[in-house]
Write a protein that binds this ligand. Sequence first.
Ligand code: GLC
Ligand code: CA
Length: 557
Amino acid sequence: MEKNSATLNTIQREWWKEAIIYQIYPRSFKDGNGDGIGDLNGIITKLPYLKALGVDVLWLSPCFKSPNADNGYDVSDYEDIMDEFGTMADFDNLLHEVHELGMKLILDLVVNHSSDEHRWFKEARKSKDNPYREFYIWRDEPNDWISFFSGSAWTLDPLTRQYYLHLFVAKQPDLNWENPALRQEIYKMMRFWLDKGVDGFRMDVIPFLSKDTTFADFPAGRKNDLTYYANGPKIHEYLQEMNAEVLSRYDCLTVGEGFGVNAGQANLYVGKNRHELQMIYHFDHAVPRGEEHFITPAPEFNVVQLKAIFSKWDTALGDDGWQNIYWGNHDNPRVLSRFGDVGAYRIESAKMLATLLLTLRGTPSIYQGDELGMTNCPFENIQEYDDIQVKNAYQSLVLGQKKDASTFIKACNQIARDHARTPMQWTDAENAGFTEGKKSWLKLNPNYRYINAAQAQNDPNSVYHYCRVLIQFRKDNPVLVYGNYEDLLPDDPYLWAFRRSLEGFSLMIVANFCGEIQPFPLLSLVERTSLLIGNYNGEGIKDALRPYEVRVLSCWE
Ligand code: GLC
Ligand code: CA
């Protein structure tokens, strides 16, 4: 593959651009003690699996002390471990083992809000002059802001008769970043983890930290528009301060959850000379999950729209900024159920999507189970769901507004976050090898009988082995990290074809997003390519792509 080795003469290499992230949702990854809940010791037993896959950085969704109103995204002690997940000794052990295997570990920084059971909030609500009062946001009267998880974003605290702000549920009071004392506490906590050797942070709803302190109602035309909460007046001041006080002092990875950040604003967060974050991930192709979507889900993106979103972001970031590329995470249903085929072409379409994830420009994140081709779970009724967002939406829409319950369940089957949270499918044994106990905390997807890691590891044609090969391929081909991105067929309704080029050398990736053979209109290009990786055996049809076929081609002029 001589032609294929770019020299990287002109490029400044960064490990966090070259890394491949794997997201672990600890509650659902592996149960180590039989109580039906995933935990840190469970993760430790699966590190060899992750190492063999070839990923570099593990992102742990929150593992801190929490009453679990929102599965750990409500932290009651930032410097301690959630009881269900283990102890600080278990954490230290996990970190040590990850490093021993040459991988890195990043944590989830959830600092827009804490739990109402955090000692700061317990103090704050005691009296108006409590020293912790100003760690949170209090008003005599609420404005018309709504919570992500239904209802008003303000709750009256009976003792002091003021309302506190919570953009999420009432058990997640928003922290007051205007207060320098709060900010210093957060920086201290970040240093605590970095000094332990943690390798960075994924930052939860980071664009929300700064609020417009007038707390006016939603402006005209933006009523109920939750993206309005993002990009507040002091957000960049805070992130630059966090960078100066903490991040710049460590060689750590930072990825912001960019909810509400549009492509034009991105480089304010991640531009080279901004001294804020290294990368963010956007929501332009995420599943919209406002309350109304639990009755009428938004139509899924088609491939023309997807290509337009990726091109827009790629152009906007240019040479200045960087992004994190993802298909799935714990907040979205399974990507395979969205853009692939969960039936006849499950394997092919999962490989096709994995190929895009690992060849687009940006640092890729693989969500646990996507490397096995896991799918949405057939939840049958409201009792089978766990997510607070689903429960609150049910309360509001079905019990409150008397909307049709079956319409609601149908929508959940398309958009609910729990689809990504069903336990990891390790084997075809009882409870999918996730727990030795009787019952897992959330329903298992019944398809674990044939979709599981043991099967995948034994089958050379599995999605898992394909991902493994592709991950190595990306490491061997810096053009996939540093090369520019050019969409070759932006208007084609079925194909996604693009070129990545670096220093006179290029790769072409062509993918068919549908279950039928599609003619490939760039025949002249095909004449000057050769197949490096694909999801079908053999060279295939010369000028057409088979159902969900993807090819990675080397190309020359
Ligand atoms: C982020 C998390 C999500 C959580 C919310 C509140 O969007 O990814 O899971 O519910 O923030 O912390
Ligand atoms: Ca457990």
